[in-house]
Write a protein that binds this ligand. Sequence first.
Ligand code: AMP
Ligand code: MG
Length: 401
Amino acid sequence: MHPMTPLLSIEAALARVLARARPLEAERVPVAETAGRVLAEDVGSSVDLPPFPSSAMDGFAVRTADTPGRLPVVFRIAAGVPADRPLGPGEAMEISTGGAVPEGADAVVPIENVVLSDNEVEISEATPSGAHIRPVGGDVLAGAALLAAGTQIGPAQVGALAAAGVAEVVCVRRPRVVVLSTGTELRAPGEELAAGQIYESNGPMLAAAVASAGAVVVRIGPVPDDETAQREALERGLQADVLVSSGGVSVGPHDLVRRLSAELGVEEEFWGVAVRPGKPVSFGTRGRTLVFGLPGNPVSALVAVELFVRPALLALQGAGDPGPRYESARLAAPLRRRAERDELARARTSRGADGTMLEPVSGQESHMIARAAAADALVLVPQGEGELAAGDIVRYLPLRP
Ligand code: AMP
Ligand code: MG
């Protein structure tokens, strides 16, 4: 038969994957299109932010020496409409939030704190210098560091780049990923099922997972367990940056993926990880192409993509921390540990008075994708004796849409 090489730990397997996932080439990207991308270079601000002393309130720009006092209103400053001259002694200028504080003024008195009559403001209290003025560069100075290489860009980062006047940034290009489903029994959803057939779910599922990790996806298959068909499909997949196949990596007579991959020049780094589900996962490379052979059982494929493929895709994009990013929460019900393998149990989070609770879903077998769909977390159950008890703080991987 085909004895499995000794099973690697999850950490050891991940380390081997990440050692091969070197960042791809960089490209310029318009800031509005950077959500989800990873910066390849540090970015500095191109302007002082704010670029001028600006008002934090709707109110009146004054000299603090003139407060308290009754001052004539000599100009109305709006956002984008600065004063046409400096503020003189004994004068006030109306100013809107975001308006440029005029030369000569050193404070803004909020409109709520004045009495306005006959184009004069009555200010009843002394105003401290600098009140309600946002200083030049108070957020960031021109040329100062804004975002570091390796940062994954989300909405706040897009906002910061745009605010700082940055029009384009350098990001690592998106990895091109082929998702290949193997199995003679598989039919596309919408087709008629004949005896012994099932709907193919790994293709759409893995495509969704890798797309959410920033990759550009092409799907191939389902491809029957036929040497010629699978060799041709694998060779096509090997043209990508990453090939993610599912099925056909176990030891049955129809499991062809590993042998055919080896014949096509893929050098296997490992086959078999001490994880449940997902044990028969394989990983190798051909040239710069990363090659993942995921098991066919849908929940096994789901676990393997989160543990190994998503981090690899983020590392290819130059992420500083490619993950997987475990979080901690309290277990709502006990989970039995297994002597020989770590387990990733499907669980549902809920918010209680004590913070997040993790409730394992019923139906923990590796073919039960419908049960797994009720979960939004993978709880790490470390291998060992006994059980994790209800109330224990455990580590889990969030499953995000
Ligand atoms: P395999 O790893 O090819 O031995 O497949 C293990 C189990 O997963 C079998 O029950 C297959 O029918 C099932 N399976 C394989 N590929 C898929 C797929 N793309 N979608 C749904 N189930 C699959
Ligand atoms: Mg199969």
